[in-house]
Write a protein that binds this ligand. Structure first.
Ligand code: DX5
Ligand code: ZN
Length: 248
């Protein structure tokens, strides 16, 4: 399991120190929630904040674009230092073109699905995906309650990716993830877990990371240990800087 804490729940008055502290605690990824006030009813931050954080840490930047027609901003996010750009199936008219442009920029490309969007939305994009994000809440805010049927959806997403010949594509879950559902999500096939409010409630970042890791291991069948998608995602942050890579 890879933990990707959401910066949305960090202290906005000292984001640079927060990013450095997360890295020092051993956190591998940082989830950056970009909200435009149009696709979702909230506004967060954009490329300038990501650009300012880039020199402050070596975390893998997992950028979640809750933005209408995010294709308009891909170059700006690449230039700011994103490693992975995740677009929403519901917010872009031409997803295949967007994913291709993300790859052309040398970054990893992910697709996010809202709770009401069927996994079939990813079917014909599967050859072009580096990651599939399953939302556990309707996007827009931290601290919302986890939608329980997300566990079954994660299992179905894992099975579908495997059936589509993409066992190497990791599944990320975002929204409402907490210590109470980490075991079930890991067992169902989640490779990357995003956490905002639950993680930032931890006594310390190191304690939070340890608690999430222990909860992931406590599931009935720790499938995560043998999933190629997890290996692929873990390797990304040790690979050459995304800007020096082409495609996957
Ligand atoms: C929701 C965001 C999430 C959010 C997660 O729209 O995409 O990343 O910050 O926060 P929690 O874990 O509190 O649901
Ligand atoms: Zn998010």
């Amino acid at each position: 399991m890879i933990l990707s804490p959401s910066l949305l729940s960090a202290d906005f008055s000292r984001l640079g120190e927060e990013a450095a502290a997360l890295e020092a605690a051993g956190v591998p990824w940082l989830h950056l929630d970009v909200m435009d006030g149009a696709f979702v009813p909230n506004i967060s931050f954009g490329p300038p904040v990501i650009r300012a954080l880039r020199p402050r840490c070596g975390l893998f930047f997992d950028v979640h674009l809750m933005v209408e027609e995010a294709g308009r901003y891909l170059e700006a996010f690449a230039e700011a230092g994103a490693d992975l750009l995740v677009i929403h199936a519901e917010a872009v008219r031409h997803a295949h073109r967007c994913l291709g442009r993300i790859h052309d920029l040398g970054l990893r490309a992910g697709l996010a699905l809202d709770p009401g969007t069927d996994i079939a939305a990813a079917r014909w994009l599967a050859p072009d995906l580096d990651m599939l994000l399953i939302m556990g809440v309707d996007p827009g805010f931290s601290g919302q309650s986890f939608i329980p049927q997300t566990v079954a959806k994660v299992r179905a997403a894992r099975e579908a990716l495997d059936a589509w010949g993409r066992a190497d594509v990791p599944v990320e879950v975002d929204g409402g993830v907490c210590l109470e559902n980490v075991a079930a999500l890991s067992e169902a096939g989640a490779d990357i877990l995003v956490s905002g409010s639950a993680f930032f409630r931890s006594a310390s970042y190191a304690a939070g990371l340890a608690a999430f890791a222990a909860a992931a291991r406590s599931g009935p069948s720790p499938q995560t240990q043998r999933r190629p998608g997890l290996d692929a995602a873990q390797a990304w942050r040790h690979a050459a800087p995304a800007s020096q890579q082409k495609g996957k």
